[in-house]
Ligand binder design. Structure first.
Ligand code: UD1
Length: 455
């Protein structure tokens, strides 16, 4: 079984260039469907979720190639409107394809998406938004069939919650709808602004992203475009968390000023020194932190739910008690029981967790259960005495490109143990050597499915 082997207790020093944001690149790859041309997306991280998106695009008939951090998608040949269940289950974001497929072909057939087990993750807001645009959607046995009789048409959409995914799906479908769409109570995350940037580069008339009201003038034929994905603020928060706990001085580079504010303010309160430059944040920590918070997760610009697990790990040795309140997902403390194996003192009751700092953590065997919870285990293991073995790292590789290499470059003692015999990975996922270097990427993917051969 693949695992990270980490011997904690080393100070971390240096600069980490932050890779492209997973939560930007996935909707942007889905958006390429709308253009019918050859789009070039730069700064695409090498993540299994990106691989899954590429597999979906290829299944739909798009030509996709990758050269380093650049992915080229030619969607001219798109000739299907279905996504097989095995691809839908790979990641939650597969549902983002629904809007653009529907807008491009007038119909779509998908199953309910998979993703991290963070509690119930319904797609009702996505479907309600698409229905407002005129989609007819039937839900049977976990599969969704959508079609439009006379094409999508612009509408006023009021989201009950500022859902990131539903906002993106509505924006993408609205681009292919006749007339104007206004999305109210839209999510304001920077990744939504990045999607708007790509869409406007394609000729779309979209404005307001980053605010709760987004307006789309639909029905304008889009053309292919070139775009550079923004840096991943959650990865940056993870490296800062590691430095806060292990001690040292780490600079994260690439994330726009302000995007990390809730995290850096918390670490300042916990006793770290933060230095901000235009696209760099440097955290200096002596490793001895004090309680901070309370940490209450909230939609942007609030404290990001995705940063909650690594930040919690960073505060496991902080003097005093820090309270966390998770308001976005029902079940986002699964890392707490694993952190307890290292000696952390965390009491969880419903959506509240109280972390009481302990003098020291001790290495242990740990299992990642989800992406950011897995990152939290890495952070904690770097601050623990002795060796930890973290399994379930396929979750971590959904969102972190080159994590062991980046941490090793900062001075961490971390190695990746390869699988003993057979790979646990899916055929379209990357294979890695023992030091984690990419050996080669999948070039083909079998997409046979017994139903819904084409549109
Ligand atoms: C996105 C991010 C994920 C992040 C989350 C919240 C991507 C690829 N993923 O996920 O990393 O943790 O935002 O910042 O961008 N909800 C409903 N009905 C819906 C949709 C959502 O009830 O139809 C609820 C969810 O259960 C959750 C809340 O709304 O409680 C927020 O979810 P949402 O913003 O949609 O998250 P995702 O887009 O899935």
């Amino acid at each position: 079984m693949r695992a990270y082997l980490i011997t904690g207790g080393r100070r971390l020093e240096g600069l980490v260039p932050i890779h492209g944001a997973k939560n930007s690149v996935l909707p942007i790859l889905a958006a390429t469907i709308l253009t019918g041309g050859e789009s070039v997306i730069h700064n695409c991280p090498d993540l299994s979720d990106v691989d899954a998106s590429i597999a979906i695009l290829r299944h739909l008939g798009c030509r996709v190639s990758r050269a380093g951090e650049t992915v080229t998608v030619d969607s001219a040949g798109l000739d299907r409107c279905d996504i097989p269940e095995k691809l839908m289950r790979e990641m939650r974001s597969s549902v983002i394809f629904l809007g653009p497929i529907l807008a491009r072909t007038g119909q779509a057939r998908v199953s309910m998406p998979g993703g991290c087990e963070l509690g119930p993750r319904p797609v009702d807001l996505h479907l309600a938004a698409l229905r407002r645009l005129g989609a007819e959607i039937s839900e049977t046995g976990g599969s969704l069939r959508c079609r439009t009789r006379r094409g999508l048409r612009g509408a006023e959409i009021h989201l009950a919650l500022p859902s990131v995914g539903a906002t993106e799906n509505a924006m993408l479908a609205a681009c292919g709808s006749r007339g104007t769409t206004v999305i109210h109570n839209a999510a304001c995350e920077p990744e939504i602004l990045d999607l708007q940037c790509f869409l406007t580069a394609c000729g779309a008339r979209v404005r307001g992203a980053g605010s709760p009201v987004i307006e789309v003038e639909g029905g304008i034929p889009l053309h292919a475009a070139e775009h550079r994905v923004i840096a991943d603020r959650i990865c940056a928060a993870t490296y800062l968390s590691a430095a806060a706990l292990a001690g040292g001085e780490v600079t994260v580079e690439g994330v726009a000023r302000g995007q990390l504010a809730p995290v850096t303010e918390l670490f300042t309160a916990a006793g770290c020194r933060i230095r901000q430059e235009a696209r760099r944040v440097t955290l200096t920590s002596g490793g001895a932190l004090r309680r901070a918070g309370p940490v209450r997760t909230a939609p942007y610009p609030g404290f990001p739910t995705d940063a909650q697990p690594p930040v919690m790990a960073a505060l496991t040795r902080a003097a005093g008690s820090t309270v966390f309140v998770e308001t976005i997902f029902e079940n986002r403390y699964r890392h707490a029981q694993e952190l307890a194996r290292l000696g952390a003192d965390i009491r969880v009751e419903g959506r509240v967790a109280v972390v009481t700092g302990v003098p020291a953590l001790h290495g242990a065997g740990l299992e990642a259960a989800d992406l950011r919870g897995g990152a939290a285990l890495v952070v904690a293991a770097l601050g623990a005495e002795g060796e930890s073995v973290i399994t379930g790292i396929h979750h971590i590789r959904r969102g972190y490109d080159g994590l062991p290499e980046q941490l090793a470059a900062l001075g961490a003692q971390i190695a990746e143990r390869p699988p003993a015999a057979e790979t646990e990975e899916k055929p379209w996922q990357r294979s890695e050597s023992t030091n984690g270097a990419t050996q080669g990427k999948k070039e083909s993917f079998s997409t046979s499915t017994s139903w819904s051969p084409s549109c």
